[in-house]
Design a protein around this ligand. Structure first.
Ligand SMILES: [Zn+2]
Ligand SMILES: [Zn+2]
Length: 349
């Protein structure tokens, strides 16, 4: 059986559980480890059975609980190399370092660990300049993440201590997380355009236009079921349209209503960024795809990454329903809206 459960979708956190055959993966980890586990249990999924985490891009709402969750479960994280580097730069306390300098630092720290077998630093201390995000700041999509500065709030993965790290398989000792906030149990790289497999799930990553280092969407396939995953994209270019065909399920961004965004509370620059070709997909843009390019094959369409400030679920739904008029294959109850604050019911094939 193939099962798809959106745990959260929106600018305050994104995460989805997908299982196929004997394999279960988490796509993005944008909530805290604790909240991810809570929502998984709520959705009837056991966190302990996850095999891997796959990341679309490094924006905070997609990686907030990544390090803690991966350590807690001792499972590998799949990134593109560009996304992994960007994530490490974001987490690194010395943000002015080059990647080469950072690698050197990590090597040094590893050598020091070897030399100090008695060391045991388990918990992560918050940095002195810690500022908690206000909800409103969080809601300015991923704006702050595109240009990190020394005053950026520290990411939650550095702040949250409740999930202790798994032991280093080589030494059997816990990793010195205090020294290396980017430590993960295992990292695997994939490349856009090059399909790969995790257990029984085949994954085809494709490039999407978004202001991140190397952002991707995915088509997952397992047991003959194909699921498309495309959020966080400024527009839908031909290569993405090409990917979003012959699907059984499509998760598509429907981020904002253009008028609400234009008249809304965001600063001008943020509005420009959201509207740009590397920003987020509007209800109109999602609808244009559904009416003009979509092949009508999917049994389910889920609208996701809805802005809480610049959209209303009903506006997104009505726009998509209008676009799908005449698509007899898509019953009304098969157009769904993913929510920010609670999991969507699991969809099974
Ligand atoms: Zn996002
Ligand atoms: Zn993003």
């Amino acid at each position: 059986m193939v099962r798809f459960t959106v745990l959260a979708s929106g600018s305050r956190g994104n995460s989805t559980v997908l299982s196929g055959g004997r394999t279960r993966i988490l796509v993005d980890a944008g909530l805290s480890c604790r909240e991810l586990f809570r929502r998984m249990r709520l959705a009837g999924e056991d966190p302990a059975t996850l095999n891997a985490i796959v990341i679309t891009h490094e924006h905070q709402d997609h990686v907030n609980g990544l390090a803690v969750t991966a350590r807690k479960l001792g499972i590998p994280v799949y990134f593109t190399e560009g996304t992994h580097r960007a994530w490490m730069r974001w987490l690194s306390p010395r943000r002015q370092m080059s990647y080469a300098q950072w690698l050197e630092m990590v090597r040094k720290q590893a050598a020091e660990r070897q030399a100090e077998p008695e060391s045991e630093v388990l918990e992560i201390d918050p940095p002195d300049d810690l500022n908690q995000d206000s909800p409103d700041e969080m809601a300015v999509e991923n704006w702050v993440q595109t240009a990190p500065t020394s005053s950026d709030p520290a990411p939650e993965s550095v702040l949250e201590p409740p999930c202790e790290p798994a032991p280093d398989p080589a030494s059997g000792r816990p990793p010195l997380v205090k020294d290396d906030p980017t430590w993960l149990p295992a990292v695997e790289y994939f490349r856009s355009g090059q399909p790969f497999s995790i257990g029984d799930i085949c994954i085809s990553p494709f490039t999407i236009p978004h202001d991140a280092a190397d952002p991707v969407g995915f088509v997952f396939s397992s047991e003959g079921v194909r699921l498309g995953f495309a959020t966080d994209l400024g527009y839908i270019p031909p290569n993405v349209k090409e990917q979003l065909r012959d699907l059984d399920l499509l998760l598509l961004e429907s981020n904002h209503d253009l008028e609400m965004l234009r008249d809304g509370p965001y600063p001008w620059q943020v509005k420009q960024r959201v509207l740009s070709r590397v920003g987020h997909l509007s209800n109109d843009a999602a609808s244009a795809f559904l009416s003009e390019d979509y092949d009508g094959q999917a049994a389910y369409i889920i609208l996701g990454h809805l802005s809480e400030n610049n959209n209303l679920p009903e506006l997104a739904r009505v726009a998509a329903e209008r676009a799908l008029l005449g698509r007899a294959s898509l019953l009304a109850n098969r157009l769904q809206l993913a929510a920010q604050h609670e999991p969507l019911s699991a969809i099974s094939f």
